[in-house]
Design a binder for this molecule. Structure first.
Ligand code: ADP
Length: 426
């Protein structure tokens, strides 16, 4: 439809079109941009007024979204049907519509004129499309001086409609991306709230079960079978407590250091204490745990309890995923400015495809349906949070069927956090 030679447009008009084209790239808000488009229609096509409609999916009608400032504010509330309207025809056919004698043309949607006490004499409507998708319609209304819309006007309108199409399509994409990321954030928040509330609520009744079961067991006045049943209740309750702790630790999500208790502590001592707490389990599973500590006692500035949780989760996993007769080596090394802790096992290992995901919340290599081990897939994500809160890094190396090596680096001084990357770069 671009029948007119562009040179028949005045320089002033071409300049305005070029200027508008450049605006497309500027970070301009939707409303001001559309306002410029409709004001430009009046100026460039010598029209009394103009409008921009967008298709509204809920009503299947075209909705006015922009008109020159001088237009009636009533316009904003109006909608135009796709049938029996000029805008609707341009939208559905994807082709421009020019009407120079509106009073005798049945296609004019008269209710708008009546509502606004306006008389439409001529209209030039062009569809706004982007990649063959119809988005809306641009209209120039009432050519001034009783003149007729011509090919030069059509070319101006098609250029403006193509600008509007590009702009609107980008704006729609951006809006959709924003909405999707907001929805994700809300879901993440709901999940964290649920975990926080559920773990909090479960703690109290579980505390009572543990308390009463320990009391009964310590009475030691039951027969062997009852004592053993009490032991089972206690063990299971303790296991539940571990799971609940893992749940309540995940919503710490942020890597901020604000939640850290800072104090100087001996990493050797922390490691020995945690290893001791797992020694019964290791013996029962016939797994040999060896600890290799630096001769010199290494002191860290940080949160002893949180690092004990991180290390405990790694050690627990190494015992869980190593067959009886296997070996676990816990190694602490002193590096310049850092302590490195490694938990190395000769267990079942992790398939290469799963390795990049194991620190994700709820990620488990075996599916829930055929899991041989307990756990809810939170241990490593909790360990990651705890280590990163200290400005440290955690990672894993593993070969399926051969074993795994989980390590973390912690800055000796908490304020040195984040510099651990230099170690990796070296
Ligand atoms: P889970 O509660 O399932 O143990 P984690 O977050 O602690 O959750 O670990 C995630 C997954 O990583 C586990 O389900 C397991 O498949 C794998 N994994 C973790 N540690 C080891 C390990 N030492 N050896 C083999 N697989 C491991």
């Amino acid at each position: 439809m671009m029948g007119e030679n562009p040179t028949s447009l005045s320089n002033a008009k071409l300049n305005t079109l070029l200027w508008l084209g450049r605006k497309l790239n500027a970070a301009i808000e939707m409303e001001p941009f559309l306002q410029i488009v409709v004001e430009s229609i009046c100026q460039l096509t010598s029209s009394e007024t103009s409008s921009l409609f967008l298709f509204e999916a809920e009503t299947s009608m075209l909705k006015f979204v922009a008109a020159p400032r001088t237009s009636s504010i009533k316009l904003k509330r109006l909608r135009v049907p796709l049938e029996h309207s000029v805008a609707g025809e341009a939208y559905t056919t994807g082709k421009p519509v020019i009407i120079n004698h509106a009073h005798e043309d049945a296609r004019i949607y008269r209710s708008v004129d009546q509502e606004l006490s306006f008389t439409t004499r001529s209209i030039l409507a062009v569809p706004i499309t982007y990649r063959h998708e119809a988005l809306g319609v641009l209209e120039a209304v009432n050519k001034l001086g009783g003149a007729q819309y011509d090919d030069a006007d059509l070319m101006v309108m098609e250029t403006l409609a193509s600008y509007a199409g590009t702009y609107l399509f980008n704006a729609i994409l951006l809006e959709e991306a924003l909405q999707a990321s907001q929805a994700l954030e809300e879901m993440e928040k709901k999940k964290n709230d649920f975990l926080a509330i559920a773990s909090h609520e479960l703690r109290t009744p579980l505390g009572l079960i543990v308390g009463h079961a320990s009391f009964l067991r310590d009475l030691a006045q039951f027969d062997e079978q009852t004592q053993s049943q009490l032991d089972t209740i206690l063990r299971s309750a303790m296991r539940m407590r571990e799971l609940i702790e893992a749940m309540s630790n995940t919503h710490l999500g942020s890597t901020s250091q604000k939640r850290l208790k800072r104090k100087s502590f001996s990493i050797n001592q922390m490691i020995e204490e945690v290893v001791a707490s797992f020694s019964a389990q290791a013996t029962q599973q016939k797994i040999q745990v060896r600890v290799d500590l630096p001769a010199e006692n290494l002191h860290l500035q940080g949160d002893n309890e949180k690092l004990a949780i991180a290390f405990g989760n790694l050690l627990k996993n190494s015992l869980t995923y190593t067959e009886p007769g296997g070996h676990v080596l816990v190694k602490v090394e002193k590096l310049p400015g850092f302590a490195k802790v490694s938990v190395i096992d000769d267990g079942i290992g992790i398939p290469a495809a799963d390795l990049p995901h194991i620190f994700d919340k709820f990620y488990q290599v075996e599916s829930h349906l055929n899991r041989r081990h307990g756990g809810i897939g939170l241990g490593l994500s909790v360990a990651k949070v705890m280590v990163e809160m200290h400005g440290g890094q955690i990672w894993a190396e593993s070969i399926e069927g051969k074993g795994s090596n989980f390590s973390f680096l912690i800055p000796v001084d908490l304020d040195q956090g984040g510099k651990s990357t230099s170690i990796f770069a070296a």
